[in-house]
Ligand binder design. Sequence first.
Ligand code: HDE
Length: 713
Amino acid sequence: MKNFQEEKQRDLSINKSDGTNKFLTTDQGLRINDDNNSLKAGERGPSLLEDFILREKITHFDHERIPERIVHARGSGAHGFFEVTTPIPELTKADFLKEKGLKTPVFTRFSTVAGSRGSTDLARDARGFAVKFYTQEGIYDLVANNIPVFFIQDAAKFPDLIHAVKPEPHNEIPQAASAHDTFWDFISLMPESMHMIMWVMSDRAIPRSYRMMEGFGVHTFRLINEQEESVFVKFHWKPKLGTHAVAWDEAQKISGKNPDFHRQDLWEAIEMGNFPEWELGVQVIPAADENKYEFDLLDPTKLVPEELVPVTIVGRMVLNKNPDNFFAETEQIAFHPGHIVPGIDFSNDPLLQGRLFSYTDTQLSRLGSPNFHEIPINRSVAPVHNNQRDGHMRQEINKGRVSYHPNSLGGGCPYQAKIEEGGFASFNERVDAHKVRERSESFNDHFGQAKLFFNSQTPEEKSHIVKALRFELGKVETTAIRVRVLGLLSQIDTTLAEKVALGLGATVPPILETPINKGVSPENEGGPQEPQTVESSVSSSDALSMIKNPTNSPTIASRKIAIICSDGVSEAAVLNMKKALKKEDAKGCIIAPHLGSVLTDADGAIAAEFSFLTASSVLFDAVYIPHGLGLNALAENDDLFEFLNDAYKHCKVIGADGEASEIISSAPFASKITNEDGGIVVNSAIASEEFAQDFINAMTQHRFWQREPNLYN
Ligand code: HDE
């Protein structure tokens, strides 16, 4: 079996450096004798220009920063591999998809979109999900998002969208947030964004972890087989851990407590050997079915419901190695949807077509040179030979006098590859048309799939969307913008619009008065481009809901559970729970009023990993208070009640056994607990394996959203 899994690591190893047991040197290799004092005229005198060691060090420091990505600046990545589980040679000649068991190295970077490099991981935003496959036929990049549709239909609107969502230009406020006037002004004039708006107002936009997100190629692509036959394809990543979110209040608190929450979660999971894993799926649409659906396959504001075309799993991706250096790898990696291999090709989606220009262009200013492909993390493991030459920071030393084609002096080399030799040829699509600046009428449905998405949500999920919209529009200062958005929402679901309006103290405008236009100018209202609602042929799709999602998994692997401890805690109870959690690959973390040790009832000591000052409930998935901690031990401790209050508010499992159950019955939320709330696991008996199992069983349901008041009902 061919296994290329380690090939990229071998390739990277030639650039790795480690200063252990080595002399400190200048960049020129000169050993440095004193790195603490600059060269001066006398010990109290001025520094000398001659000090080349000081100059080199400071000059390098002065130029350490490169421009951050214009979008997706904030991100985190890891190495891993992709393995074919079900080859599809009948659909694609792509080598890395053809053979069962074949492993291809990958580097995957997850990101938020709007925030700067140092912004919080927990912003309400789409997430980038970009995978670089180092295939034997060259680099293939699947530059995806965790949401299967996009805000706009045409690349021409992308700079406008991003200008609107980024901090406002006059005062650069707010950071990493769409809750402001310019974003919603733009959206209120762009009805085509409504489907995506439903997704970003849902909990998809506040994932629990990068490891618990789906990924979607968004656009329709093409697969091409050896016979040069083509099918359309949509790409899906399905996480092994299921698709999960945090609560919005929780997200905002995490942003303060640990803005690196997702970055750290990914890093720690990999360090602990809990390697994140996804399945790669394809929705295959025969070429003959191109015009079969009520939506246009080329319209990136539409998805193909899984009820119409099921997802077939073809492989799996495992991320199993953290980068050695964030800048060299995660920051310098350069993705491009135009990095493709034979067997994969583009569709005419006008958003994708624009992206094909943008990604190389942006690397020129971000990485500073057309030689960015030579940076180790971007370097192909397939050999690269061409007549591209020179430019800033060129690494390759091209031999010989020939740098053109055709040539005779170099024997015609490097020579072109025939198709059967792996030469890439674009799909031979017939295009016979007039040059026009127009949008196809088949793109005019702006509400049908927004409705499908909304109707597919559970009552709790609908309530979260209402809450998110109340928050976002509540931060908008211009009343007319709020009202315009309410008008658009009313075309998705009148109750949704009314419930949002209630929170804003506003009234939903009658549909006819809603300015719906193509966002160009108010004079352009109506006309042939009038947005329509085309009812979806699928009325509800479980795959669109996170709660009903078929990818959901009951596993609690890699989840973190806060175990509250204080002097007198039952040692048996703590050890029992830790053991039970470990069996599930979850981690119990000890939290106590102070760091150091707490004394147990068995005269032992347990080390506290966190104190109430350094940890918060929002950083954990559940809370357990072991037997031995009665009211006496903790009644004075407000921090504990704050901890529990947040856990309750964020619908997490709270467990207590023995006398610790008194703490729950005297917590401020005690009166709200109902018998139906399966997330409160109390047992007046003393710690038992059965109790630990009940606690774990409750955790497999992840969140008990029904605790919250439902804003949609
Ligand atoms: Fe991107 N996008 N994008 N995008 N995008 C970039 O490229 C752009 C779009 C996506 O981790 C930039 O190297 C245009 C859709 C991801 O490094 C830039 C348009 C989807 C990442 C760019 C889109 C994406 C980017 C910024 C509309 C989901 C981060 C830095 C025509 C399928 C990759 C860079 C990473 C990054 C342009 C729309 C995903 C400027 C013009 C739709 C995951 O080239």
